[in-house]
Design a protein. Sequence first.
Lengths: 144, 144, 144, 144
Amino acid sequence: MSKPSDTENIAAHVARSFAAQSMMRTLDATLQQAKGGRSEITAPIGPGVRQQAGYGHAGLTFSIGDCAAGYAALSLLQADEEVLTTEMKINLVAPAKGDYLCAQGRVEKAGRRLMVVTARVAAVTGDEETLVALLQGTMLPLRP
Amino acid sequence: MSKPSDTENIAAHVARSFAAQSMMRTLDATLQQAKGGRSEITAPIGPGVRQQAGYGHAGLTFSIGDCAAGYAALSLLQADEEVLTTEMKINLVAPAKGDYLCAQGRVEKAGRRLMVVTARVAAVTGDEETLVALLQGTMLPLRP
Amino acid sequence: MSKPSDTENIAAHVARSFAAQSMMRTLDATLQQAKGGRSEITAPIGPGVRQQAGYGHAGLTFSIGDCAAGYAALSLLQADEEVLTTEMKINLVAPAKGDYLCAQGRVEKAGRRLMVVTARVAAVTGDEETLVALLQGTMLPLRP
Amino acid sequence: MSKPSDTENIAAHVARSFAAQSMMRTLDATLQQAKGGRSEITAPIGPGVRQQAGYGHAGLTFSIGDCAAGYAALSLLQADEEVLTTEMKINLVAPAKGDYLCAQGRVEKAGRRLMVVTARVAAVTGDEETLVALLQGTMLPLRP
């Protein structure tokens, strides 16, 4: 019987970790991909995640942007490792107006102690994408 | 009949704005206070807002920290003005472990074009409070 | 007699503004380029700009990264406009070790009220470049 | 012969580290104090550290704010430990206009792996102080 490859192990680990985040279910978010230091998460701009003017809440944008950055980092680690966000900065550049948000995370520097990550979040309506936010932060790898 | 004071107008405006944020209802958050450049928001660390290890999600901490900072700012404005977060930075210093989170927002500098704000978020269990996060960011006042 | 083009006016304005920054002379920094929302600034990692371990000081890295971001923004404005940094975040990812630093600034979103900018700073030795820092921040355009 | 106390060792270590930063000499900065998780650094707003409008450069404000935060952190560590800034965010709230800048650093959370720090920088003219900037960031303790 063949041993699952590292790649399979990591993919399963990432999927399991995402599924364990009840916040992602509350936000109806989907992990589209997480591999090789990149990841993508989408979430509808639904009726329960709005700010006072009816656009998507900054908390929604932050949540999926931060998660996309985190799973980009996790995709580079071993299957028994975890990551924690230690800090994250978000610049909001346009209202979150559209059908759903799409966050793309990316590892900029995978240090041994700390991983520096970025994410870009776009609002999508049909074929049209509008940049909504940029994030830049730090993930702390936790080794067993 | 007396005209409602500015203070009453602003308090009503703040309450109405908070009530219009469906995200705050989704997170079961309560605006405890917003007055004179300070505000306080609480939210339970309930079953639907967790990260993969079972603690409160960074997205929850961010959401109420950012909102507390925003309503601190709004409490200094006129009843027909709004604020938008333009950028926010969060440092997460401990896991969000406890019964609920309490975010205290504060205006550090009320400029004409931009307001610089901070917030501190603590996790509370019974009488015990643990600092969970510090936020520092910018609110953009929108005048009609 | 032809009127100087907008492009010439802006280039002259950028050069004049950079020359007026005595801090850039103190750091021996050079504006290599600023055009179309991009800019590049270099500065030697000389004997007077070190931190305690002998590498380039974070203050040097920040100074030229922030300036590169600022001139990227200024390159999109009219010749009588100015920009101010309102906030800037820097993640330092490696020691500033090499002959000189090269900061590349970029406008990510040119809003009417605020411009969101990023910069990347690399340490250069001969042909080799090492990423030293990432910056993300906000410039405030000042119109006369 | 008595062994120097830890307090003396740490004070000497902090002073030695500051003296080894040539950037601080270039900026004519003085470490006024560093003890118990707090520190203070001052620097004149001299002719060589200006931005294009004649005020103190954001790079000066950042440099002494970041250093004040770093020495606040170092004051809590053992004499053979070091700290590195991993990330720092600065909000600039007023022009750096006055005789000198005074930066006060403070440790907000002294974790084992990471220390979260803040600093406030004021411009001082005679008896008058104006808040110029707020910083919030992370120091990485390096143990031998």
